[in-house]
Design a protein around this ligand. Structure first.
Ligand SMILES: Cc1cc2nc3c(=O)[nH]c(=O)nc-3n(C[C@H](O)[C@H](O)[C@H](O)COP(=O)(O)O)c2cc1C
Length: 166
């Protein structure tokens, strides 16, 4: 099997936001896709070992912060290579709380979801969220996963569903 073929699949780059009992939490994710139009629903795939997985299970909600090519790449590193278990990832960035969920300022749009279904795989939970609200913040170009790899020269850690062992 040529796993590199998977890199031909197109994705965006997102910061998934959620919360635990103490603070806001979340992680970088490329795995987000619209599932249905009416009612609108969106799926994300989150590794069992990511603290974000437990937080979404406990609070039943998540925000999808859509990064653009103008977004600070530090967001991707902070949210993608650290854990909310021991870091307040939001502390260095501007954000607002919308319906209890974190929405970053440095994005081109956001979607707020309530979990209506989840599917367990061996390593990841697929959370299907019904969309409660969605807003466009500006007309910046949404960041693609391929832009992240080819222009920003970023990498993906082991817990990303797209991770390929070197
Ligand atoms: C570009 C990129 C894409 C990622 N995509 C996903 C993803 O779709 N699902 C996932 O579970 N982890 C993904 N990750 C990994 C998590 O962001 C990472 O494991 C993070 O540290 C988890 O933080 P947490 O413990 O606070 O949840 C991605 C990381 C990067 C850098």
């Amino acid at each position: 099997m040529d796993k590199k073929t998977f890199t031909k699949i197109s994705y965006g780059v997102y910061i998934i936001g959620t919360r635990d009992n103490q603070r806001l939490c979340g992680c970088t994710a490329n795995s987000s896709m619209q599932i249905t139009s009416e009612p609108a629903s969106i799926a994300i795939s989150i590794n069992h070992n990511n603290y974000t997985n437990k937080c979404i299970k406990d609070c039943g909600e998540f925000s999808i912060n859509i990064l653009s090519t103008e977004s600070n790449p530090l967001l991707i590193g902070t949210f993608g290579f650290k854990s909310s278990k021991d870091t307040d990832k939001f502390s260095g960035f501007e954000y607002e709380i919308k319906d209890g969920l974190p929405v970053l300022k440095d994005i081109c749009g956001y979607i707020l979801c309530k979990v209506v279904q989840s599917v367990e795989t061996q390593t990841h939970t697929i959370f299907i969220g019904e969309v409660k609200d969605a807003q466009t913040l500006n007309e910046n170009i949404p960041m693609t996963y391929s832009y992240y790899h080819n222009v920003i020269k970023g990498t993906s850690p082991k817990n990303a569903p797209t991770y390929i062992e070197a």
